[in-house]
Design a binder for this molecule. Structure first.
Ligand SMILES: *[C@@H]1O[C@H](CO)[C@@H](O)[C@H](O)[C@H]1NC(C)=O
Ligand SMILES: *[C@@H]1O[C@H](CO)[C@@H](O)[C@H](O)[C@H]1NC(C)=O
Ligand SMILES: *[C@@H]1O[C@H](CO)[C@@H](O)[C@H](O)[C@H]1NC(C)=O
Ligand SMILES: *[C@@H]1O[C@H](CO)[C@@H](O)[C@H](O)[C@H]1NC(C)=O
Ligand SMILES: *[C@@H]1O[C@H](CO)[C@@H](O)[C@H](O)[C@H]1NC(C)=O
Ligand SMILES: *[C@@H]1O[C@H](CO)[C@@H](O)[C@H](O)[C@H]1NC(C)=O
Ligand SMILES: *[C@@H]1O[C@H](CO)[C@@H](O)[C@H](O)[C@H]1NC(C)=O
Length: 905
């Protein structure tokens, strides 16, 4: 929560000259990393406050100028020629630094000043040489993790290690002999005080040439964990390294085919991990086990083990974790009767084997077991006695088994069970199914096959988390219990439940997280157009909706007072893709902080959509193409979310987006990151495609600079006439005449200061909106405020001097009020009036007041280009007529206050 005020602060650090799209860097708060990871930010720790990732780096100094000074995590990718001395000293708070730099010379002192740096990693495509100056890391006193991946370090030697190093990784490199490490990092064998180093972890995985260790290669080194996975090293060779201590060894995907009993005994190893898909162990000799008594954790994954050595658990009395995942076990004999005795085992993983059945009392000697994983096997039946003796078991995973039958009372021996996963099994739920033995069961995952019509599903009411996967289109189940008072997290995949929307608050009063996958949204949407989300869940904080590309039009999520994060994904129908406005997806969500929208067919982002999202901080758009950012957003900037990420999406090559480029460069208050170079495709076959913003800049009228022309009437007239020429060829002369008149009138008007107006308010509206004007507006303004209103007459004769008449009426009114609706915007006459009003506003040296009233939500994008000059209005000069009775007072208060400003009313 502490990071919420961070982004405004971050903007203070920004150099004003560089727009975000130009700098190649993206920035996010660590707590939001999950939203953008995978698109632009490299893997960094989400507990860091502020993170930045820069790609295409050609000059480190230049790139870093655009990075906020407060960053705690930084990734740089590119091929600058040098990493200069003192490169990062402007960022003393940096804690994690990842560099993917190709052919870059690291100068001595490149990392000076990074007193708080904890993690430093170098990442390259395999096989590139890296020369590290000997003193590069020497005095980084907080540095604990150093990792080199893909880097050949054989050119470097005598590199001093940072004094507090705990984990060193050299992976995917060209090491052939462990002994080379001692040349590169002599500290490993001769620490600063003469003693060898102690490291928590030395990770040498994926070194495919690593096969030997010269005897005594790392003498005296004390190691917590040594990882040699995916190398050609033999576990037995580890004994010869000269290590003084080793606790854990991982040798998966190596040639180690037998339990390395000698190595285990030599170091009294506590953890051993071996095997790996395609590796072969098959059988374990009982004699080998006898030497492995020190083991607390044994992992033999993917080793083609067919059976377990008898007395495995009896031999390994200290064993707490046993991982046998991915073998060929057909039976699990863990507790043979003759050996007796209890095992201290706490976690047992038998997943991905070939178990068809489990004998009664298979686990009877495992009274300390907490976690039992049996997923991805061939289990069809479970007898009542199978889980006998597991009285401390908390977690049981049976998912992905062809399970059909569950014995009577099969859960009864598991009084401590809290988590049960039965997804992707074939269990038949019957209405009378009430096997829910354990009092403590909190987290349940269940398949929901098509129920018998009208069937009631009986579930434990104490659940805090429930996940149901329904068969699409199956019969719906009713819930047998009237309420789940503790349920906080609900995941529905497919629909499958029959839930009356009006009772949902009573059924799930505590619901905080709701995830809906597949077709499940349909059950929650009203069926009118536009349709709305129906569930009233006052406590809901997180909602995720992921469609399957088949749904109809998505409905609008609205009316959830505490919702903080909303994710909408894959809602666009593949058969009938339809473009949407953001306001069709989200309505009133006053506490929403994060909105994530992916593949919904979003087209226009306009200010209207943000009206109900007063707390929005982060907006992420992914896989949305041809986006139009409405010009009105610019004006809305203070209310816009603090950061907007446009990922793997493109902006439409339309003049409507022309304002975006200059706006971004002007360092807006909103942080906007637009990933990937935005290109235009104006005509097919034009190569190379021009870059979006420069193209728009040179091809679109510079509306955003119109304000500069105020006062220069000749230019103004020219500009105004251009769109008129396009849109209204037949009557453009008429408009020009009117405008000229307006302009001249103003010249005259200036002579007679303090001129009296004929009318107070000129009400521009179209015939279709007349009812509103007569029934709502007139009574209030003429009746209660006794203002003089001028309403245009509708009986103009064609060809008569309409424009002149209207212009004169406007010029003679102190305030012009335009009533707008979609209908009005399609009526030529209304467009004319609005056009005249805005031109008058521009032409007059002392502009009259122009107010806009929207009778319905109209995207600014729908306003014809010239009308969008409405942003020349002061903020607050427009208002939406509310549908709800109780909010109408607010509207009249607004109108009243604007009229008072014009010293009316
Ligand atoms: C941004 O990245 C592109 C390539 O992705 C590169 O050509 C350009 O020089 C980079 N700009 C800066 C300022 O680093
Ligand atoms: C990098 O940019 C900085 C300033 O932007 C400049 O002073 C420096 O010479 C550049 N370095 C290289 C190697 O081009
Ligand atoms: C690291 O050493 C260099 C010179 O060897 C020195 O200039 C620098 O200040 C030192 N940095 C720290 C954090 O001690
Ligand atoms: C490092 O080793 C690799 C592979 O053995 C070799 O190709 C490369 O030339 C060596 N680099 C140096 C600087 O010795
Ligand atoms: C067992 O090993 C597999 C494969 O490495 C791993 O995915 C799984 O998480 C491990 N199980 C446990 C309980 O640690
Ligand atoms: C809502 O709850 C009431 C009272 O428990 C019940 O009578 C009514 O049928 C429920 N409505 C729906 C649609 O489930
Ligand atoms: C505009 O026309 C109407 C009727 O056609 C007329 O009543 C009104 O006086 C005219 N206004 C001006 C300013 O000429």
């Amino acid at each position: 929560m502490g990071g919420h005020s961070l982004l405004p602060g971050l903007l203070l650090f920004l150099p004003l000259i560089s727009g975000w799209t130009i700098s190649n860097c993206s920035v996010t708060e660590g707590s939001r990393l999950h939203l953008v990871r995978g698109f632009s930010l490299c893997f960094l720790d989400s507990s860091l406050l502020l993170l930045a990732a820069c790609s295409g780096v050609t000059n480190v100094t230049k790139t870093l100028e655009a990075v906020p000074l407060g960053v705690e995590g930084l990734c740089l990718t590119g091929s600058p020629s040098v990493l200069p001395t003192d490169a990062f000293s402007r960022f003393p708070g940096l804690k994690a630094l990842r560099l993917s730099l190709y052919r870059t010379q690291i100068l001595p002192g490149a990392f000076w000043g990074l007193g708080q740096l904890q993690l430093l990693s170098f990442l390259q495509p395999p096989g590139r040489d890296l020369f590290l100056p000997p003193d590069a890391l020497g005095n980084l006193s907080s540095l604990q993790d150093v990792a080199f991946s893909g880097v050949c370090l054989n050119g470097s030697s005598g590199v001093r290690l940072p004094p507090n190093l705990r984990r060193l990784a050299v992976t995917l490199s060209c090491l052939e002999n462990v002994g080379q490490l001692a040349d590169i990092f002599p500290d490993l064998v001769r620490g600063s005080s003469g003693d060898a180093w102690t490291l928590e972890m030395l990770d040498l995985t994926l070194n495919k040439w690593l096969k030997t260790a010269s005897p005594g290669a790392l003498p005296g080194l004390k190691l917590g964990t040594l990882k040699l996975d995916h190398t050609k090293m033999k576990a037995a060779a580890v004994m010869g390294l000269g290590l003084r201590r080793l606790d854990a060894l991982s040798v998966t995907f190596t040639d180690t085919a037998e339990l390395p009993a000698g190595t285990v005994a030599h170091f009294e190893l506590q953890e051993l991990s071996m095997g790996g898909v395609g590796m072969r162990i098959e059988h374990i000799a009982p004699e080998a086990l006898a030497s492995c008594q020190s083991l607390k954790s044994l992992s033999l994954q993917g080793s083609r083990l067919m059976d377990l050595p008898p007395g495995l658990l009896a031999a390994l009395r200290r064993l707490q974790r046993l991982n046998l995942s991915g073998n060929k076990l057909r039976s699990a004999v863990l507790c043979p009767k003759e050996t007796g005795g209890e095992s201290g085992l706490r976690a047992l993983d038998l997943s991905s084997n070939e178990l068809h059945s489990l004998a009664p009392a298979t686990f009877s000697c495992l009274s300390h077991l907490r976690e039992l994983l049996l997923q991805v096997n061939q289990l069809v039946r479970l007898e009542g006695q199978v889980f006998q003796g597991l009285r401390r078991l908390e977690m049981l995973d049976l998912s992905n088994n062809p399970l059909e039958a569950l014995g009577e009372g099969w859960l009864a021996p598991l009084p401590a069970l809290t988590t049960l996963n039965l997804l992707k099994t074939h269990i038949v739920l019957s209405p009378a199914w009430d096997f829910w033995g354990p009092e403590s069961l909190q987290d349940l995952r269940l398949p929901l096959p098509s129920g018998p019509p009208g069937a009631a599903l009986s579930l434990p009411t104490r659940l805090t988390s429930l996940e149901l996967h329904a068969v699409p289109g199956g019969e719906l189940w009713e819930l047998a219990s009237p309420a789940f008072p503790a349920l906080q997290k609900l995941t529905l995949n497919g629909w499958g439940l029959q839930l009356g929307t009006q009772n949902v608050t009573r059924i799930f009063p505590a619901l905080r997280q709701l995830s809906l996958f597949g077709s499940s949204l349909e059950g929650l949407c009203s069926h009118d157009t536009p349709s709305f989300f129906l569930w009233q869940l006052p406590r809901l904080q997180y909602l995720r909706v992921q469609g399957d590309g088949r749904g109809p039009k998505p409905c609008c999520i609205t009316g959830l007072p505490n919702l903080q994060e909303l994710k909408l994904q894959r809602l666009q129908s593949r058969e009938q893709p339809r473009r949407l406005q953001l306001e069709e997806l989200v309505g009133e969500l006053p506490r929403l902080q994060v909105l994530y929208v992916a593949q919904t067919g979003l087209e226009t982002l306009s200010a209207v959509a943000f009206r109900g999202l007063g707390s929005l901080q982060v907006l992420v758009l992914v896989w949305e193409n041809g986006l139009v950012l409405d010009g009105g957003l610019q004006q809305l900037s203070p209310q816009m979310p603090q950061s907007v990420y446009v990922m793997i999406s493109s902006l439409a090559c339309q003049c409507a987006n022309a304002w975006v480029g200059p706006w971004l460069e002007g360092s807006p208050r909103t942080y906007v990151f637009i990933a990937s170079a935005q290109l235009c495709q104006p005509e097919a076959g034009v190569h190379p495609k021009p870059r979006l913003f420069p193209f728009l800049r040179s091809h679109c009228p510079r509306t955003s600079e119109l304000g500069l022309f105020l006062g220069s009437s000749a230019l103004l007239l020219l500009l105004i006439s251009l769109p008129l020429l396009q849109e209204a060829r037949n009557s453009w002369l008429l408009y020009l005449q009117a405008l000229l008149r307006a302009w001249l009138q103003d010249l005259w008007g200036r002579k007679g200061e303090g001129k009296r107006f004929l009318y107070d308010v000129f009400v521009s509206h179209c015939r279709q909106d007349q009812a509103w004007v007569v029934q709502e507006l007139l009574p209030t303004l003429e009746g209660r405020r006794s203002l003089r209103l001028c309403l245009p007459k509708w009986d103009f004769e064609p060809g008569k001097d309409v424009a002149e008449n209207v212009t004169e009426s406007m010029a003679n009114s102190q305030v012009t009020l335009c009533v707008l609706s979609c209908q009005a915007l399609r009526t030529p006459r209304c467009r004319l009036e609005l056009r005249l009003a805005t031109s008058l506003l521009l032409a007059a040296p002392r502009p009259p007041l122009l107010l806009l009233v929207f009778l319905e939500r109209v995207s600014r994008h729908q306003l014809p280009r010239y009308h969008r000059l409405a942003w020349l209005l002061r903020r607050g000069d427009y208002c939406l007529w509310p549908e709800e009775e109780e909010r109408k007072d607010g509207f009249w208060a607004w109108l009243g206050s604007r009229l008072e400003q014009a010293r009316l009313g």
